[in-house]
Ligand binder design. Sequence first.
Ligand code: 5GP
Length: 192
Amino acid sequence: MELLKERIRKDGVIKEGNVLKVDNFLNHQMDIGLFNEIGREFKRRFADERIDKILTIEASGIGIAAIAAQYFGVPVVFAKKAQSINLDGTMLSAPVESFTHKRRYEVIVASRFLRPGENILIIDDFLANGCAAMGLCQIVEAAHARVAGIGIVIEKGFQCGGKLLREKGMRVESLAIVDGMDAATQTVQFRD
Ligand code: 5GP
């Protein structure tokens, strides 16, 4: 998605440790005009799939998923990262190793929001090693629902997540794939 790549070139900041900071428009301050185009593009790419629900993960995925959901006309469920007294009923959970925070946590979804046989589109802001997406897939499987696809805004193609998910037969659609980035020169290389 050219508009997104241009924005990453203009406003993305490359940090040491293979971290791309896009908090100016994606995951802190949010450019809703851009989110609208991202939502439209996810709908275009998954137009041939029946989608019953979008599943994402708090916090950064929620804004993107909520805007995308308007194009699909479906509800959004977001996985929570912490137990809360407001979580009741049967819970589905999976462990996730955080790439940015370097810690392990559980992602949790109340089972009543994912029903057997539903077609679920997973959406997230980044795909790095694939732990977050794998955790969400695990939850969908535990609910006896089906992962119809995984929509990612920025995939870091030099990390293993995309390869692992595609090898498992998952349909992964990434709107920008970064194949390399250099903190010294602040340059990003995109896959064609
Ligand atoms: P994974 O589980 O695929 O290793 O990492 C995905 C999660 O880590 C995303 O939900 C995202 O929040 C975060 N993440 C991974 N890499 C980056 C990065 O380069 N920049 C930012 N801002 N977040 C990242």
